[in-house]
Design a protein. Structure first.
Length: 385
């Protein structure tokens, strides 16, 4: 195995517990898509890593010992991850959650999610993709109970995004449950699946009465999973807004799965900023705004980035929020700290009085590397206005 001597900055990060190898610390790296032993400039062994370029750096530390990345290694890694999720595995009300989460489970570059009796592997770089036979063989050894698996390709390389991987094929659409609520999912159609599993705790607060009797506006709603949870939790009415035409039929499938009458639940295909104008023009107001945009989006008229533009969603949302309303402000961005997010929110509120009731981050199955704040990418504030 190749040896790689790292600079003092990378050494400090590794010793601090950060597993991601950042591109700034490895500016002239010639090696790629292979395992390496890392050494300090003084010649001391730092750990086993692999190099493979992805959108989050150039590779990952995988152990502070010398290890071989073979089936036995991955079986041990999966066994540890399985023990951490025993409570969810025994749940009668939740059949969809994360089984393995990158550096939180001490192997960056892949995730594994459970959807009922099937699993979904996501590969984030070419090196992990090359190892997928050993990885899936180890997984089947530890989890023989699943019927079949699918994969998603989340890096530039293969000419496909999604494929059946092993075992039985899942139905094109099927039902999973989360905290007793049903959701219609699909595993082999692009990169999406019909639900973002990392928002389970937020949906649970909606089910448990946070928005009971209230009028809810769900922005960037995708398949309206928040709206379904709100409806199940007694919301008076919901409006779900998303620019994607397909979002409407996918949202409807969730409502139908729970036998909800859609008369009180509107599904609107529109740009969110256009909807703000529409709502103002028609004097519509809402008691609760759920704002969960993509980190970056581009349409014909404009580009949107949470780092620079989130405050606009707050300031324009306030114009259609009823008195004493609630805003559930969410971002999925590893490059934005809680403090930076709060700064964007504060900018949006201007002089409007508001109080933070709650901050939710990733649920326990989305294990995080506690030594690396960027590992805990989800930030969701509940704010009383």
């Amino acid at each position: 195995m190749n040896r790689l001597t790292v600079g003092s900055s990378a050494e400090k990060k590794l010793k601090r517990g950060i597993q991601l190898l950042g591109s700034k610390d490895f500016p002239n790296i010639k090696l790629n898509d292979q395992p390496v032993y890392l050494f300090s400039q003084a010649g001391s062994f730092l750990g086993t890593a692999y190099l493979s370029k992805q959108n989050k750096g150039v590779g990952w530390l995988v152990s502070t010992k010398k290890v071989a990345l073979d089936q036995a290694y991955f079986a041990e890694v999966f066994q540890r991850a399985k023990r951490r999720r025993e409570t969810l595995a025994n749940s009668d009300v939740t059949t969809a959650y994360r089984l393995f989460n990158q550096d939180g489970d001490y192997f960056g570059g892949m995730t594994v999610d459970r959807y009922g009796q099937f699993v979904l592997f996501s590969w984030y770089n070419a090196f992990v993709y090359q190892l997928r036979d050993q990885i899936t063989a180890a997984f089947r050894q530890i989890y023989p109970e699943f019927l079949g698996a699918y994969e998603k390709i989340r890096f530039k390389g293969p000419d496909y995004e999604s494929a059946h991987l092993y075992g039985e094929e899942a139905p094109e659409h099927f039902i999973v449950t989360e905290n007793g609520v049903s959701y219609s999912v699909f595993l082999n159609d692009g990169l999406m699946t019909g639900i973002f599993l990392d928002q389970r705790q937020v949906r649970n607060s909606l089910i448990n009465g946070l928005v009971a009797g209230k009028r809810v506006l769900n922005l960037f709603s995708y398949t309206a999973a928040f709206s379904v949870a709100a409806a199940m939790g007694g919301a008076l009415e919901t409006t779900s807004v998303d620019l994607a035409k397909r979002s409407k039929e996918l949202s409807l499938a969730h409502f139908q799965a729970n036998h909800l009458d859609v008369a009180q639940h509107r599904l609107v295909v529109m740009d969110v900023f256009d909807y703000f104008k529409y709502a103002k023009r028609h004097q519509l107001t809402f008691d609760v705004l759920i704002i969960d945009p993509p980190s970056f989006a581009r349409n014909k008229k404009a580009t949107f980035s949470v780092m620079k533009d989130y405050h606009k969603l707050i300031s324009q949302g306030l114009e259609i929020l009823a008195e004493n309303g609630l805003i559930i402000a969410s971002i999925n961005a590893s490059n934005m700290t809680v403090a930076q997010f709060k700064k964007q929110i504060k900018k949006g509120f201007g002089k409007q009085k508001h109080a933070y009731l709650d901050l939710q981050q990733l649920p326990s199955d989305f294990a995080v590397n506690e030594k690396d704040e960027s590992s805990n990418y989800l930030k969701v504030f509940t704010i009383k206005v």
